[in-house]
Write a protein that binds this ligand. Structure first.
Ligand code: KIV
Length: 278
């Protein structure tokens, strides 16, 4: 049985920490699903870690749907959340509803995520009222990177901290099932987590959130352009990939690959006939 938003919400009540990871393809989704991850986000970080864009801003709905479908094919247990790309939910409620529905109908996701607090609460409420679970995202919201002036910790002044608390409350009231807190000082995310009923999922927001999310490429040490302070590389696959590639090149060049083990045999009589006839 696939994890439901009710189970995610109950985890907060029971004090059980929630682990979430991003995924963008079938094979990775299948592996992390088999490892027991309850929540998978098809993040628009796709744009940076998979598609090589400089930010998440160029990511399109079609790209997100394409990768969401792949993740849903791989993950049979986890609840899959599709991340709404830049400007696919801000222009009008109609746009927001239509694009949210695409994630569910075409992509096969069970929920969507959107960035923004108070200003997006009405949009979130309308999507929820159509039967589509919504995950909020406040603090550092990468789609607003040009407005924010770079990747930095948010809510450091009293005014900014109060704005973030109000953002979280507005999303809580709008009926979202979880709120991502990105790059928020630990004491502030603790306060927010205590003040809302909705589970908070932190990334660079310290240990008091109800759950944690990491970009899979950071966790596996695959994306080396930029490693955020809040990322933990549990393994460095980038090193393994480079070493395996170098070994392969060398074995091809020296003729030590392939060996008999990687080659297919042929019946000797067939071979003899072939040699005679050619
Ligand atoms: O796109 C993404 O991967 C995200 C997470 C960092 C929460 O939004």
């Amino acid at each position: 049985m696939r994890v439901s938003i009710t189970q995610i919400k109950e985890m907060k009540q029971k004090g059980e920490k929630i682990a979430m990871l991003t995924a963008y393809d079938y094979s990775t989704a299948k592996l992390i699903d088999e490892a027991g991850i309850p929540l998978i986000l098809v993040g628009d970080s796709l744009g940076m870690v998979i598609l090589g864009y400089e930010s998440t801003i160029p990511v399109t709905m079609d790209e997100m749907i394409h990768h969401t479908k792949a993740v849903v094919r791989g993950a049979t247990q986890a609840l899959v959340v599709g991340d709404m790309p830049f400007m696919t939910y801000q222009v009008s409620f109609e746009d927001a509803l239509r694009n949210a529905a695409r994630f569910i109908q075409e992509g096969g996701a069970q929920a969507i995520k959107l960035e923004g607090g108070e200003s997006m609460a009405e949009t979130a409420k309308r999507i929820v009222s159509c039967g589509i679970p919504v995950m909020g995202h406040i603090g550092l919201t990468p789609q607003s990177i040009n407005q924010l002036g770079g990747f930095k910790v948010m809510g450091k002044t009293p005014e900014a901290a109060i704005r973030l608390i109000n953002d979280a409350k507005a999303l809580d009231d709008a009926g979202v099932f979880a709120i991502v807190l990105e790059c928020v000082p630990e004491p502030l995310s603790k306060l927010i987590t205590e003040k809302v009923n909705t589970p908070t999922i932190g990334i660079g927001a310290g240990k008091y959130c109800d759950g944690q999310v990491q970009v899979i490429s950071d966790l596996l040490g695959l994306y080396t352009d930029f490693v955020p302070k809040h990322a933990k590389q549990y393994v460095r696959l980038s090193d393994s990939i480079k070493q395996a590639t170098a070994d392969y090149i060398s074995e091809v060049q020296t003729g030590t690959f392939p060996t008999e083990k990687q080659s297919y045999a042929m019946d000797k009589s067939v071979l003899a006939k072939l040699e005679k006839s050619t």
